[in-house]
Write a protein that binds this ligand. Structure first.
Ligand SMILES: CC(C)(COP(=O)(O)OP(=O)(O)OC[C@H]1O[C@@H](n2cnc3c(N)ncnc32)[C@H](O)[C@@H]1OP(=O)(O)O)[C@@H](O)C(=O)NCCC(=O)NCCS
Length: 145
């Protein structure tokens, strides 16, 4: 059965933060070479954490913070072996619904250049020049909620 049929995603409590951090370490630190101290930036307690599972096993994560009245999606990561099956889309869907339920009207992401087409697929529009974050070029992208 395609994995997409068994994928779930939802907000999780901070008791699950170690699982989120392990997934982020696998994707951002081990795979992409981002400095571990930049990933664990001390802002996790102020964020809502999200997990995605395939058959109950955690395979993706993201976090949502409200920055100057705007929802900001951060640390969106799906394990390499599980990409291309709608997991990232599901994580973004639940984060957008969460932000909408809080009355927020815009969601922002600093998208790695390689991920810009993914966010465009989901209705996000890029603006401004590329900028560096954690040694990786990014673009600012937003979508109305
Ligand atoms: C970016 C990332 C989260 C996408 O997750 P994913 O589970 O592979 O994405 P999905 O399968 O949900 O893709 C959703 C849609 O975007 C499209 N898409 C995904 N990545 C794409 C890419 N690089 N280029 C073009 N389209 C892409 C898919 O084809 C799909 O389209 P469809 O619904 O019309 O079929 C994942 O590739 C990842 O974790 N990358 C490494 C970490 C990273 O760069 N995170 C982003 C930080 S800003």
């Amino acid at each position: 059965m395609p994995i997409a049929h068994n994928v779930a995603a939802d907000a999780v409590g901070l008791e699950n933060l170690s699982i989120c951090l392990a997934l982020r370490r696998a994707v951002f630190v081990d795979e992409q070479g981002v400095d571990a101290t930049l990933d664990a930036d001390g802002l996790d307690d102020d964020a809502t954490q999200f997990l995605a599972w395939a058959n109950g096993i955690p395979i993706g994560t993201a976090r949502l913070r409200v920055v100057e009245g705007v929802a900001k999606a951060e640390r969106v990561a799906v394990l390499d072996d599980f990409r291309g099956h709608g997991v990232g889309r599901k994580l973004m869907d639940v984060m957008e619904a969460n932000a909408r339920a809080r009355g927020l009207t815009t969601i922002l992401v600093h998208a790695q250049l390689a991920a810009v087409p993914f966010y465009e697929h989901l209705g996000y529009a890029a603006s401004g020049e590329a900028f560096d974050e954690a040694g990786i070029p990014h673009r600012r992208m937003t979508r109305g909620l």
